[in-house]
Design a protein around this ligand. Structure first.
Ligand code: FAD
Length: 400
C-alpha cells in the first residue's frame, strides 16, 4: 500500500538523501568515522533533531527509513549500545536545556561516538534520594571547581564527558541548590576506580572528583536549576532502559529459543503458561514503549516512563529465571569470572548465568523499583505523597 501525504513525501526525500550520501561516500571505501561525520552533516544521524545538529526536524518515526536503507547498503552505524548514556540520556538533555553553542559543540562528537558519556549522579548518600547530592561545585571566575565522590558510574572508565549533578548552594533547600554540568572526564582531578559487580565484571566505578574544573560555558540550565534538568535526564533514562526491543527480540527472544530447544522434560505445561504470559507482557511493554517514544519526541515525556522501566526490570528478572529452569544444569554455568571491564551490557550475546545475575541490577539502575512505584502512586494514580520533612530546610542543615 502506498501512503500518500506528507509522510510519503518525507520518506521519498529521505531515501533520496540516503542515496546521495551513499553515492558521495561509498561505505566499502570510506573510513567509518568519516562516514559517520558525513551522515551527521547530511542530517541523517537522528532525523528528529533540528537541522544543523545531525537531523532534519522530522518525526522520529521516520528514522527506520534511513537506518534500513543504510544497513542494506552495508554502511557503518554509530553502534548505539557503545554510547548508551550519551545517546539515551545526554542527547535529550542537551537538546532540551543546552544553548545553541553547547548543542553545536557537544552533539556531533556524542552521536559519532568520538566522545563517550557517563552519568555522575549517584553518591554514597544520594541514590534514590538524588536531591541529596553533596558533591560541591564552587565558582572560580568563569569556571567551577568540583569536589566530591560519585558511585555506581557506568562506563566512567571509558567516558570522555559526564553529566554531572553538583551542589552549588548549600544554604538553599536540597532541590533548589543543585546545578547541572557537562564535565570533561579526561582531566586531572577525576579519578575512576572499578567496582566489581555480582556478575564478576566491573561495568561501573567510583569516581573521585578533587578540584576538577568545569567551565561555566558547560553548565546546562540555570544555576540552581539542576533538579529540573536532572529530572529530564531521568525520564529519558527510564525510557531508554525500558524500551527498544523489536517483537520477540531481546530477552524474550532468547527465552523463546530456550523453550524451543529445551529437553522435553523441561517443557512442562506450567513453563509453557509462564512463557505465554511473559510473551504477552513483553508485547504490552513493547507497544507502550513505542507510545512513550512518540510522547518523548513530542517533548512531553510523562511519569509513565517509570511504569515502563518498572515493567522492564520485572520482566527481565522473570524471563531470565525461566531460562535458567529451561536450560537445567547448563543454566547454572557461568562463562567467565575474570574481572572484565565491558564497554556495553550484552544481555543477549552472553550465557544464561550471566543474564540471570545481570538482570538483578535492572531493578536498581535508573531508579529502583520501589521508588518507581512511589512515583506511579503519586504522579499517575494521584495517591497521597510520601511524608517529606526536608523540603524547605537548607541542605546544610539536614542531618547526614
Ligand atoms: C548496574 C547499575 C548501573 C548504574 N549506573 C549508574 C550510573 O551510570 N550513574 C549513576 O549516577 N548511578 C548509577 N547507578 C546507581 C543507581 O541509580 C542507584 O543505585 C539507585 O538509584 C539506588 O540508589 P542507592 O544505591 O543509593 O540505594 P538507596 O537509595 O540507598 O536505596 C536502598 C533501598 O531502599 C529503597 N528505598 C529508598 N528510598 C525509598 C523510598 N522513598 N521508598 C521506598 N523504598 C525506598 C530502594 O528502593 C532500595 O531498595 C547504577 C546502579 C546499577 C545497579
Amino acid at each position: 500500500m502506498t501512503t500518500a501525504g506528507p509522510a510519503a513525501g518525507h520518506r521519498a526525500d529521505l531515501e533520496a538523501r540516503v542515496d546521495a550520501l551513499l553515492a558521495a561516500h561509498d561505505p566499502a571505501t570510506t573510513e567509518r568515522q568519516a562516514f559517520l561525520d558525513a551522515r551527521y552533516d547530511a542530517g541523517l544521524a537522528w532525523v528528529h533533531v533540528p537541522e544543523g545538529h545531525g537531523g532534519l526536524g522530522l518525526p522520529r518515526a521516520l528514522q527506520p527509513v534511513v537506518d534500513d536503507r543504510l544497513g542494506a547498503a552495508g554502511a557503518p552505524d554509530n553502534d548505539p549500545r557503545r554510547n548508551g548514556i550519551g545517546l539515551g540520556m545526554a542527547a535529550p538533555t542537551i537538546l532540551a536545556f543546552g544553548t545553541p553553542a553547547q548543542q553545536e559543540r557537544l552533539l556531533r562528537p556524542l552521536w559519532t561516538g568520538r566522545e563517550i558519556w557517563c552519568q555522575l549522579f549517584s553518591e554514597p548518600g544520594a541514590g534514590s534520594d538524588l536531591a541529596a547530592v553533596a558533591t560541591r561545585a564552587i565558582p572560580d571566575g568563569d569556571r567551577w571547581r568540583v569536589t566530591g565522590q560519585k558511585v555506581w558510574t557506568s562506563s566512567a572508565h571509558l567516558a570522555d564527558r559526564a553529566l554531572l549533578l553538583a551542589r552549588t548552594d548549600p544554604d538553599a533547600p536540597k532541590h533548589r541548590g543543585l546545578t547541572y554540568f557537562a564535565l570533561d572526564m579526561r582531566q586531572p582531578g577525576v579519578e575512576v576506580r572499578p567496582l566489581r559487580q555480582l556478575t564478576g565484571e566491573a561495568e561501573f566505578n567510583e569516581v573521585f572528583l578533587t578540584d576538577a574544573v568545569v567551565d561555566d560555558a558547560d553548565r546546562l540550565g540555570d544555576v540552581g536549576a539542576g533538579w529540573q534538568v536532572a529530572n529530564a535526564t531521568l525520564m529519558s533514562e527510564r525510557v531508554a532502559i525500558g524500551s527498544g526491543a523489536a517483537r520477540e527480540a531481546g530477552m524474550l527472544g532468547v527465552v523463546a529459543d530456550a523453550w524451543r530447544t529445551a529437553p522435553s522434560g523441561h517443557r512442562t505445561a506450567d513453563a509453557h503458561q509462564r512463557l505465554l504470559r511473559l510473551w504477552v507482557e513483553s508485547e504490552a511493554l513493547r507497544t507502550t514503549g513505542m507510545r512513550l517514544a512518540q510522547k518523548l519526541a513530542a517533548g512531553a515525556p510523562g511519569p509513565e516512563g517509570s511504569a515502563m522501566k518498572l515493567g522492564f526490570a520485572r520482566l527481565a528478572q522473570q524471563l531470565s529465571s525461566l531460562e535458567v529452569e529451561l536450560r537445567g544444569d547448563d543454566g547454572l554455568r557461568y562463562d567467565d569470572w575474570t574481572l572484565r571491564r565491558p564497554d556495553q551490557v550484552d544481555m543477549t550475546g552472553r550465557d544464561t548465568g550471566y543474564r540471570y545475575l545481570r538482570a538483578k541490577g535492572n531493578s536498581i539502575e535508573g531508579g529502583t523499583s520501589e521508588v518507581l512505584r512511589n512515583i506511579i502512586a503519586e504522579r499517575v494514580l494521584g495517591l497521597p505523597s510520601e511524608h517529606r520533612v526536608d523540603k524547605d530546610v537548607a541542605w546544610k542543615d539536614l542531618p547526614r
